[in-house]
Design a protein. Structure first.
Length: 762
């Protein structure tokens, strides 16, 4: 649905700066002010004042209706009705007569018969300081009122027409005088029942006067006959019952016309498709008559472009009367089944609780000076009947989320009081309902505007939901921003936990955490976390803990925290216990082989307990580690003279490692070299070179040396220790041999002699 707004230029600005006072004192002897400038008197019309009058330039309600000022006629002192500095709490209370005697003021208009006019038109409204709806109107109790009469005849022309604008065959009521105790006035600006069209509960103007109520602007039509010469019209405002509370008449735009009510009437322009009632169909939500629905704005009733036309092209002003009935009568045009709504004679109307479930219509009347009034039911063309749907419960159109205030320090703890603060809604709420939440969960029983924090709320975020309530309105909740978190309380005392175990703390045993008895206050329960060598053990969060294989040889501790609503955790850690493995039985290894350098020994282990253990091997000569990792050992030279011992270590998860040694072997003996048989190659002749070949010697690393012999005599010196030998002359006739000696650490030295050569020749 297209949104609409009403343009109110004359209602949102103050023209001029203050009230222009023409009568400066309330004295009856003072010269009456000249109202001509404010009323725009036409030629042939003069004015005089008896009592108190003043010219106002302050735009107020529907005034001025032309120009920049209008005239204020008061039962008290007129300049105080619209002071330069408004005081809404002030009373006018300018009693101009004796106590208990009614006050009145009269503006007299004299129309020269030379004008030949047939009608005098005056725009007027009645304002009063007296509480309205207080008395029941009857002839003997008129209340405060405005009277417009033609001198010499009793007809009252200041009439609230009721059905008088309308041409329906049946009518709910006859016109009544404009009197504060008989007509339910539209309330003063700022009253919740006085919305600007297109809005909800926004005043027409800020407070500018101490008047309690002001009627809608109307136009009096006084016929002129000049039967006895000039016509005299008296406009009187009077406080008939109480001279201490003032009333005023707002007067403007005096003009003449040929006829009061003649000729063709006015109508909505058909090109605009007729007017509609815009707004939400709900109690408290403003409805407004929009004469041209196709535009974004809501055209004002007295705008030249309000969608209505007259035969003379004179701008049309609109008048309104809102009615209600049950939905079963919605399409019945007989006005006897419709009830005129009190206070509902403006372009906008805010449905009240009494309208809930009812359907509404607004009868719109076009008014042009001198032409017949024409009324249409809510819309443009005759025969169209525009009725609202039933008025539903109202909806709040504006509001704000509550805020939570707490201690001045900014943080709240258990026992502190939180208060929900919230502004008013549009329309204004009747009451609030409150609900408090902690971490999104409803706090049972917390239904006041204030909330005292309990232990259950410590550490949590607090929110409050404020729900606006109003008769015949749908409840509207607003949720605050979170407040908190609420500060936790500290323990008065704690205790160090301990670890209890049956027997030794070894693989497969169960450890139990004892929290201790020194916790104050007593926790509701405890939380647990077991640790290995200072690191958290995953999922070990219970009072009991069964020792795992991974724990063997480690230090196990437990962290215990007291758990109580509203208190900090305060974790405490126990002293650690060292975890032992289960006992491994093992078995004695057996060594086989000869304990001699170069020989291989082997280790054998059978029936190691428990089976499945992983075995490792270490070979020792005395206390010296010879080798590890293999169950076989080739005896090294370093072991000569020492017995050999094999140590076997068994390991398995959950068991303490165990090492078992074999029985020692005999002392390791020297090894035996493998010696090759040397041979001599070359011619046995003086001067020839002989070469010794050694054959195979083992093991690797054997160092060989040579010694040549001539006959039985060894050749001394370096030349006899080489692998080759040059035969000297002294060897003639003799045979030559070579001795090869092999040496290696840990092995016995071996010597081999070659076969002799032939006798050496020359």
């Amino acid at each position: 649905m297209t949104s609409h707004r009403l343009v109110l230029p004359v209602l949102t600005a103050v023209v001029g700066s203050s009230l222009a006072v023409l009568a400066t004192t309330p004295s009856a002897s003072a010269a009456p002010p000249d109202p001509t400038a404010a009323l725009g008197l036409p030629t042939g019309v003069s004015a005089s004042v008896t009592g108190s009058g003043a010219v106002s330039t302050r735009a107020f309600d529907d005034f001025p209706s032309q120009g920049s000022d209008y005239y204020v006629l008061s039962t008290g002192y007129a300049p105080t009705a619209f002071p330069a500095v408004p005081d809404p709490d002030a009373q006018l209370s300018a009693d101009r007569g004796e106590d208990g005697v009614s006050d009145s003021s009269t503006l007299t208009l004299t129309v020269d018969d030379a004008t030949g006019a047939g009608c005098l038109f005056v725009d007027f409204a009645l304002g009063t300081e007296e509480p309205v709806h207080k008395y029941t109107y009857h002839d003997g109790n008129r209340g405060d009122d405005i009277s417009i009469t033609r001198r010499g005849e009793p007809t009252e022309y200041a009439m609230n027409a009721g059905w008088g604008y309308f041409s329906q065959a049946t009518r709910p009521a006859a016109p009544v005088p404009y009197t504060s105790n008989a007509v339910m006035y539209w309330h003063h600006p700022g009253d919740p029942l006085d919305p600007a069209p297109g809005t909800a509960e926004q005043p027409w103007l800020p407070e500018v006067t101490a008047l309690n109520s002001v009627t809608t602007r109307d136009t009096a039509r006084i016929p002129l006959t000049f039967a006895s010469g000039d016509e005299v019209v008296d406009i009187t405002v009077a406080d008939w019952a109480n001279g201490d509370l003032d009333s005023v008449a707002l007067l403007d735009r005096v003009r003449l016309g040929a006829s009061c009510r003649a000729g063709t009437g006015v109508e909505p322009n058909p090109v605009h498709g007729g007017g509609v009632i815009a707004g939400i169909r709900g109690v408290g939500n403003a409805l407004v008559y929009d004469p041209i629905p196709s535009t974004e704005v809501v055209e004002r009733y007295d705008s030249d472009g309000n969608g209505w036309r007259s035969p003379s092209a004179v701008p049309v002003e609109l008048r309104f009367r809102w009615y209600r009935t049950t939905s079963t009568n919605a399409l019945i045009g007989d006005m006897s089944v419709w009830q005129a709504i009190p206070d509902a004679d403006r372009q906008a109307y805010v449905p009240t609780a009494g309208d809930r479930g009812k359907v509404l219509i607004v009868l719109v009347t076009g008014v042009v000076d001198g032409r017949r009034y024409e009324t249409f039911p809510s819309t443009g063309e005759s025969g169209t009947w525009y009725v609202t749907t039933p008025i539903a419960s109202g909806t709040f159109v504006e509001g704000e989320a509550p805020t939570i205030t707490g201690p001045s320090g900014g943080t709240a703890a258990v026992g502190d009081v939180l208060t929900a603060q919230i502004g008013h809604t549009v329309p204004r709420e009747d009451t609030w309902a409150w609900r408090w939440y902690a971490d999104g969960q409803l706090i049972l029983g917390a239904t006041s505007q204030t909330f005292t924090i309990g232990a259950a709320q410590a550490g949590k975020m607090i929110t409050v939901q404020a729900t606006a309530k109003r008769l015949n309105f749908t409840d509207k909740p607003w949720l605050s921003a979170p407040y908190g978190p609420i500060r936790l309380q500290d323990w008065t005392s704690t205790d160090q936990p301990s670890i209890v175990v049956d027997g030794t703390a070894s693989y497969g045993k169960t450890l139990t955490a004892d929290p201790g008895t020194g916790w104050t206050p007593v926790p509701d329960r405890y939380s647990y976390q077991w640790k290995r060598n200072g690191s958290v053990i995953a999922n070990a969060v219970y009072a009991n803990y069964t020792i795992r294989a991974d724990d063997v040889g480690s230090d196990i501790s437990v962290v215990v925290a007291g758990v109580k609503t509203g208190y900090t955790a305060a974790p405490q850690e126990s002293a650690p216990v060292t975890i032992l493995g289960a006992t491994m039985q093992g078995a004695t290894p057996v060594v086989t082989g000869t304990p001699q350098v170069g020989q291989q020994l082997s280790g054998l282990v059978t029936d190691w307990d428990p089976s499945g253990s992983i075995l490792s091997y270490q070979w020792y000569a005395g206390d010296t580690l010879l080798a590890e990792g293999s169950r076989f050992l080739t005896v090294p030279a370093s072991a000569v003279g020492s017995p050999i011992v094999l140590k076997v270590t068994g390991r398995r998860a959950g068991y303490a490692p165990k090492t078992v040694a074999s029985a020692p072997t005999a002392a390791v003996a020297l090894g035996a070299l493998t010696a090759g048989t040397p041979a001599i190659s070359g011619q046995a002749k003086v001067g020839q070179t002989l070469l010794a070949s050694t054959g195979f010697w083992g093991p690797t690393g054997v160092r060989l040396s040579y010694r040549w012999k001539i006959g039985r005599n060894a050749v001394t010196g370096p030349r006899g220790a080489r692998q080759s030998f040059v035969i000297p002359r002294t060897a003639r006739g003799k045979r030559i041999t070579v001795v090869v000696t092999g040496r290696l650490a840990g092995y016995q030295t071996a010597r081999k002699v070659s076969a002799p050569t032939a006798q050496v020749v020359r």
